[in-house]
Design a protein around this ligand. Structure first.
Ligand code: ADP
Length: 507
């Protein structure tokens, strides 16, 4: 998480730095472009000034000024005055002068005249009234800027523009250069005689004003850019701060979720283990019930068997009281056998060991036989039982033992939960299906009991009151058996005290 946050911050900073670099680069390029444009303008200006000034010179005057003493010639005065007039024509012009290639060595240059040198020794003689402030800075500096030239004086280290003027005509110094007057640019224009360059007029121009103009144009713009950068920076800071906070929130949130998930995993694991344990316990319990039921069944069967034999007189006649007692024993053991059968069926269902032996059976005959068998008992309970069936055949594929169990259970229930009245057992055909209906006039079923009727251990809350032995398993087992046959079982009742009908539908 920490690493991720750091990477994000680094990324944000990288974006800021790159963004600023781009803005600065654009500003520099823009500045450079403006400077270049203005410099080009300046070059053009000084170049054309030099060009325009050239015709004011008489080339013959220039030719006359060769050696130091030529300053005394009248041509000198004319040329110097021309130069001074040019210089004064524009306040940005610092100096105007004429030079040429040396006759004896064309690779060397010499001066012809400059704008201040009417009397070239003015600053070096003993008469201060001759002094000339050549660069007009208020100071006389004979060895510096106020040094004056005379004809034939060596032009030491002439700039390359001086030669270029010979080759290409009007031109300027390549770069702006810094000298004691500040930044300077020089314009050159050849002075021709009979189409041939005999000397070059040079005008030195102050470029500082021009830079001041450039500044005036650019500084507001650059200030605006700077202002923009600051605003962008501030915005970025705010965004990064917010981003950071958001990330922090996300990290906390994620950690919470991860903790929850791991807690959930732990409890899930625990739950799984507990569930497995429960399943195991449940299985053990079912197995125990199964073993116990089996163990109980044999002695109970013999109790029931002997009671039956006693009642039948197999061991001699019984007194009336003894017969009644044995009769009770027989009935109770009969009920217990049913209970134990229920337990065994439940354990079989839960252990998955319930076996079905399917065969085609006559549902009508099977039901009729059960009704016939149960009739004496029903009548002993002062109830009536009837059986009716549609004339069709009722052949179904089923396990006859299991289906008998279901039918017996329904009739048994009808008997248990009916105090007076009758039980009707009917077989109908409906939509090609076989329907068994067991209707009684008994206690009925309350609507709230209805949905749970076929659940395990489900007994209506008043079922106990009727003093009837029951486990609440009979209908559950019946449902499992019917559904294993692909059939359906349900109950209908108009309510408590209004009797009930149990319906089994088999394919
Ligand atoms: P048991 O009869 O052993 O309680 P059953 O599963 O057979 O268990 O029946 C579940 C419950 O359904 C009964 O306790 C009783 O409340 C109700 N019941 C079953 N048959 C009838 C019936 N014919 N009339 C009214 N209630 C019935």
């Amino acid at each position: 998480m920490y690493f991720r946050k750091r990477t994000t911050n680094l990324f944000a900073w990288l974006v800021i730095v790159i963004g600023m670099a781009v803005v600065v680069a654009i500003s520099v390029l823009l500045y450079q472009h403006t400077v270049n444009l203005l410099t080009a303008n300046l070059r053009q200006r000084i170049e054309s000034m030099a060009k325009i000034a050239v015709p004011s010179f008489d080339p013959r005057d220039i030719e006359e000024l060769r050696i130091e003493s030529d300053w005394q010639k009248p041509e000198w005065g004319r040329v110097v005055n021309q130069l001074l007039a040019i210089e004064k024509s524009d306040e940005d012009i610092l100096f105007s002068y004429v030079f040429r290639k040396k006759l004896i060595d064309p690779l060397q240059m010499e001066f012809v005249a400059d704008s201040h040198s009417i009397y070239p020794y003015a600053n070096n003689d003993y008469d201060p009234s001759n002094d000339v402030d050549a660069n007009r800075d208020g100071k006389i500096e004979p060895d510096g800027p106020d040094y004056l030239q005379w004809p034939g004086q060596d032009y030491e280290d002439p700039p390359e523009g001086t030669f270029r003027a010979y080759d290409v005509g009007p031109t300027t110094s390549k770069d702006l250069y810094e000298d004691s007057f500040g930044r300077v640019i020089t314009g050159y224009a050849p002075i021709l005689r009979n189409g041939e360059t005999i000397a070059v007029l040079a005008l030195d121009m102050k470029a500082d004003n021009f830079f001041a103009i450039t500044g005036q144009t650019l500084y507001p713009f650059l200030s605006f850019i700077l202002f923009l950068i600051i605003i962008i920076l501030l915005l970025f800071f705010v965004i990064i701060k917010m981003w950071g906070r958001q990330l922090k929130k996300e990290v906390i949130q994620r950690e919470k979720i991860e903790n929850l998930a791991s807690e959930l995993q732990v409890s899930n694991d625990k739950f799984w283990v507990a569930n497995e344990k429960l399943k195991e316990l449940d299985k053990q319990k079912t197995e125990f019930v199964s073993i116990a039921s089996h163990q109980l069944r044999s002695p109970l069967t013999s109790v029931k068997g002997y009671a039956s034999m006693l009642l039948e007189g197999s061991f001699g006649p019984l007194s009336e009281k003894a017969a009644e007692a044995v009769g009770r024993i027989f009935q109770s053991s009969q009920k217990l056998v049913v209970v134990i059968e229920d337990f065994l069926n439940i354990t079989r269902i839960e252990l998955g060991t319930m076996k079905y032996e399917m065969a085609e059976i006559d549902f009508k005959a099977l039901t009729e036989a059960i009704v016939r068998d149960v009739k004496p008992t029903v009548e002993r309970n002062k109830l009536k039982i009837s059986f009716e069936a549609a004339p069709e055949e009722f052949k179904v594929k089923a396990d006859s033992g299991k289906i008998s169990q279901v039918v017996s259970n329904l009739i048994d229930n009808a008997m248990k939960y009916t105090h007076a009245g009758s039980i009707k057992v009917r077989l109908e055909k409906l939509g090609g299906k076989n329907r068994l209906l067991v209707t009684d006039t008994g206690i009925g079923i309350a609507p709230e009991t209805m949905p749970k009727l076929f659940e395990k251990f489900s007994r209506a809350h008043d079922a106990g009151k009727t003093n009837i032995i029951g486990t609440g398993l009979g209908l559950y087992v019946a449902k499992q058996i019917v559904e294993a046959h692909g059939g359906k079982i349900w109950a209908e009742s108009e309510g408590q005290g209004k009797g009930s009908t149990f319906i089994v539908e088999l394919g």
